[in-house]
Design a protein around this ligand. Structure first.
Ligand code: UT7
Length: 327
């Protein structure tokens, strides 16, 4: 038995914020944003929505494509740094209620932009353990709700959206499924990407500085980390299965910055067209970015049954990880 991705779906909010829009509020330019990140626009969650609403819509698309009904779901895993509530209840429980998935357990994971990569691996191992058949894995973020709109270093980088996958037991002998995962962390870099206030270390109170309740990042530190760990991930996923880069149809990286991928491509001598990029349209959507990319690839019919692909993630924690998947 393997654990395969049986269906994938996404939800992107309609509202768009262009680079030009941001030039009106902070000291930046379209040229700077494009040349330093590759980003042209980002989508913003509707005022009346929260993360679980986007997650539910993405889940419905994935379930329809996988032909798995709500009552067949055994578990719902949501990865998000922008859940509906700080801490609890979990966003996964809200999605479970929205879907009417009454037989499903539900929990959230917190692994920053690597969350969907962690989620796929957890789902795979739960299925291979034999107790679960269909698991809904979601990466969903409303990062614009925790963006510091006065900080040009970060406000140009992030966007909102949700992506979902149905991971199911595959009893065919076609070898399709999530073959291997590498999940890692470097907690020593925790302070480089954080939301400082609102937890037990700095509880919210009347003295809380509003900026401390929003996302902050040491961009240069995270950039160096990202280039280094992507190289490690690609090498370790190839090595374990004795593969060469030519065996991989696509690498689907977390979409944080096109320049990070360019640096990895140059260092490892991997052509840029091996990496699937859509950051131009959506900016960095953290845990949603890899499933959004996979969904787009499916809709563009870029993936055929049996293709080998790699997903890569890196982000807050600091965490990093990758999955090798036979589609
Ligand atoms: O998803 C989680 C993981 N996150 C990431 O992977 C992000 C990793 N980091 C990055 O992608 C890049 O470091 C950034 C895009 C955040 C920044 O690009 P950079 O080329 O590393 O810029 P920098 O931080 O070295 O800053 C260069 C200059 C600074 O000015 P000074 O201090 O040299 O005068 C910044 O103030 O660019 C300035 N700057 C801007 N200028 C215009 C920073 N943001 C902006 C901006 N517009 N939006």
């Amino acid at each position: 038995m393997t654990a395969e991705i049986r269906g994938i779906g996404a939800f992107i909010p309609e509202k768009v914020i262009t680079n030009e829009d941001l030039c009106k509020t902070v000291d930046t330019t379209d040229e700077w944003i494009k040349s330093h990140t590759g980003i042209e626009k980002r989508h913003m969650i509707a005022d009346e929505d929260a993360t679980s609403d986007m997650a539910t819509r993405a889940a419905r698309v994935a379930m329809e494509r996988a032909q798995v009904d709500a009552e067949e779901l055994d578990m719902i895993i949501v990865s998000s740094v922008t859940g509906d509530y700080p801490g609890f209840p979990s966003t996964a429980c809200l999605v479970q209620k929205n879907l009417g998935a009454e037989q499903a357990g539900a929990f959230d994971i917190l692994a920053g932009c690597t969350g969907f990569i962690y989620g796929l691996s957890i789902a795979k191992n739960m299925i291979l353990g034999g107790d679960f058949k269909h698991i809904l894995v979601i990466g969903a973020e409303s990062l614009t709700r925790i963006t510091n709109w006065d900080d040009r270093n970060t406000c140009v980088l992030f966007g909102d959206g949700a992506g979902a996958a149905i991971v199911s037991a595959n009893n065919h002998v076609d070898g399709r499924g999530i073959l291997q995962s590498v999940l890692k962390a470097e907690g020593a870099g925790a302070e480089y990407l954080m939301r400082k206030a609102g937890g037990s270390r700095h509880p919210l109170n009347a003295e809380t500085n509003i900026a401390d309740n929003l996302l902050s990042m040491n961009g240069r530190r995270v950039y160096g980390f990202a280039v280094r760990v992507n190289t490690i991930l690609i090498n370790s996923l190839l090595k374990k299965h004795n593969l060469r880069i030519g065996d991989i149809k696509y690498i689907v990286p977390h979409q944080a910055n096109e320049r990070i991928i360019q640096a990895v491509s140059e260092r490892m001598n991997i052509p840029m067209d091996k990496f699937y990029l859509n950051i131009r349209e959506y900016a960095n959507t953290s845990a949603a970015s890899v499933p959004l990319a996979l969904n787009e690839m499916v809709e563009k019919k870029l993936l055929n049954k049996g293709d080998l692909i790699m997903t890569l993630g890196f982000g807050a924690g600091l965490t990093y990880g990758g999955n090798l998947i036979r589609w």
